[in-house]
Design a binder for this molecule. Structure first.
Ligand code: GLP
Length: 247
């Protein structure tokens, strides 16, 4: 695991965008797992700047969505699909390059379809991740078995509340998400956390025991994990480890 602590959230977003950009320069036909949430907004902005500056060819890249709300239309303005199309607008990515979750199918078909699409693409080369306040990654809430692949999950109260502002009352209570096994199978993972609200859970995830109470703790076992934190998100890490990993 490589942990990079940078001064502020803008620099952290630029760092993650540049890891993503380098992956695509290294392998034109990369498969990228994309995350959503407020944390990622600055990453996609910085990524767009890099792609435009370098005239990077994205035409062979495939993009996979980490997760999606289950019981709203995929084209709802607050869906993760809408978020992402908006975040990457202007990059001339063809719709066929995006793999969205099939929330129009029955649960079993939708999950099988997604696992098979990832497999058919040869797996995920780089998976971007944010983290929920309770340590969820994607929508893998605490107690989700580490062995699970794509599945539909009931959201916890704290996650429903954290996302409520997007829904004006009709908050979705279920979501479809890549499972922890899909995430851990990615060849590389970049985890970004920003702000003081994430400090406690980052300490738990990176320096606590590995168990299903904190889904993100399993990432400690990944062979190719980059963690990028701003100073606030790193503020509760045990000083010795935090200093050692500072670059
Ligand atoms: C959401 C998403 C996660 C995201 C997390 C953090 O529920 N399912 O993929 O990482 O919450 O979101 P934010 O970046 O807004 O704090």
């Amino acid at each position: 695991m490589k942990v990079e602590i940078v001064e502020n959230k803008n620099l952290a977003s630029i760092k993650v965008a540049s890891l993503l950009h380098q992956q695509i320069l290294k392998k034109k036909n990369s498969t990228i797992g994309l995350a959503t949430g407020n944390t990622m907004v600055g990453v996609y902005d910085a990524f767009k700047v890099l792609v435009k500056e370098h005239k990077t060819d994205l035409s062979n890249v495939q993009f996979f969505m980490l997760d999606e709300y289950w019981e709203i239309s995929i084209d709802h303005p607050a869906s993760f699909k809408s978020y992402l199309l908006n975040a990457l607008a202007g990059l001339n990515i063809s719709p066929s390059q995006f793999h969205f979750h099939r929330t129009d199918l029955k649960e079993e078909e939708a999950t099988e379809h997604y696992n098979k699409s990832i497999e058919a693409a040869g797996g995920i080369d780089l998976q971007l991740l944010g983290i929920g306040l309770n340590g969820h990654i994607g929508f893998n809430e605490p107690q989700t078995p580490f062995s699970q692949t794509t599945h539909v999950i009931e959201l916890t109260e704290s996650t429903i509340l954290a996302n409520a502002k997007d829904f004006m009352g009709a908050n979705p209570t279920h979501a479809i998400t890549m499972g922890i096994k899909n995430i851990m199978d990615a060849k590389s993972i970049v985890l970004l956390a920003l702000g003081e609200s994430k400090a406690e859970i980052m300490k738990r995830a990176l320096q606590g025991s590995i168990d299903i109470d904190c889904p993100a703790s399993i990432l400690q076992k990944h062979k190719n994990l980059d963690v990028v934190l701003d100073q606030l998100a790193a503020s509760k890490m045990a000083p010795r480890s935090a200093v050692e990993s500072r670059v």
